[in-house]
Design a protein around this ligand. Structure first.
Ligand code: ARG
Ligand code: MN
Ligand code: MN
Ligand code: MN
Length: 302
């Protein structure tokens, strides 16, 4: 399989500075080398460029909207062009507002080639806020809503089709922090959420069986991995930590079961914040998990 690494060094949608250093931290941890060791053909496209972070308060419910549009447009174009040439894009964030541009590109590509799309959103947060619902104005809390057509016109139209996706195509896993208004909207739009209560009761195995059910040969599987999905005990290097996340073991099983489908076709690795990390530990844990996602296992399995 052919992979292209795309760095998006910005924290334009976040509530803490530092996710802009995420791409380099993954390179330092040895992402390209680890994938090559798994037999993957890896090309590092380097970093996208965009506006710097002006660190302003929200305007009409959004922080840095123009800059967020610029970064997401760059991400859309880069991800879309990799897919067009038959390569698997791995977007190295950057904060999770960029999941919008990435998934808008994936949906755009799926429309072009007539594929179905399934999005796995691994996160502590639903990222389903709107300007009316957000407590912060930080657009990294809004990408899923924007993808579903709820957001400012300049953002929701980036992939050329509004809405870019249907909530029916999304499965959210690991959720444990949802804002008050956001919670109502999640239910109203019938978003399929496997929250921590569900994982506690049913286990990661059954959760993933459900989240991965009804994939077929014509399905493009996209994984949007917000590193704050992980329990902060092992992954402190994120801006919005929420305790009580999946353990190292649960997270590995999650990745292994995604690999086993053979359908993974694009990936976002988001919200890694080296400014808050401890000796690049969170980048190294993320790398371990990506190795599992690409098929690393102790024994040969059929
Ligand atoms: N729900 C909060 C907000 O909207 C936090 C969002 C965190 N999102 C993230 N991608 N880390 O401000
Ligand atoms: Mn997120
Ligand atoms: Mn097109
Ligand atoms: Mn999150």
């Amino acid at each position: 399989r052919n992979v292209s690494l795309i760095g998006a060094p910005t924290d334009i949608g976040a509530g803490a500075r530092g996710a802009s250093m995420g791409p380099e931290a993954m390179r330092v941890a040895g992402l390209a080398e680890a994938l090559r060791a798994r037999g993957v053909d890896v090309v590092d496209r380097g970093n996208l460029t965009g506006p710097s972070n002006p660190w302003q308060p929200p305007v009409a419910g959004y922080r840095h909207l123009d800059e967020v549009v610029a970064w997401n447009t760059a991400v859309h174009d880069a991800v879309y062009s990799e897919l067009k040439t038959g390569r698997m894009p791995i977007l190295l964030g950057g904060d999770h507002c960029l999941g919008l541009g990435s998934i808008a590109a994936v949906a755009h590509h799926c429309r072009d080639v007539g594929k179905k799309l399934r999005v796995l959103w691994l996160d502590a947060h639903a990222d389903f806020n709107t300007s009316a619902l957000t407590p912060s104005g930080n657009i990294h809390g809004m990408p899923v809503a924007c993808l579903c057509g709820f957001g400012p016109q300049q953002l929701i139209e980036i992939g050329g089709h509004v809405p870019a996706i249907s909530p029916k195509w999304v499965r959210q896993i690991g959720i444990r922090s949802v804002d008050e208004g956001e919670r109502r909207f999640v239910h109203e739009q019938d978003l399929e959420v496997f929250d921590m209560r569900f994982i506690d009761e049913m286990g990661m195995r059954h959760t993933m069986e459900l989240a991965l059910a009804t994939l077929d040969d014509n399905t493009h599987l996209h994984v949007s991995f917000d590193v704050d999905f992980l329990d902060p005990v092992m992954a402190p290097g994120v801006g919005t930590t929420v305790g009580g996340g999946p353990t190292y073991r649960e997270a590995h099983l999650c990745m292994e079961m995604i690999h086993d489908t053979g359908r993974l076709a694009s990936l976002d690795l988001m919200e890694l914040n080296p400014a808050l990390d401890v000796r690049n530990q969170t980048a190294e844990v993320a790398l371990d998990l990506i190795e599992s996602l690409f098929g690393k296992s102790t024994l040969m399995r059929k």
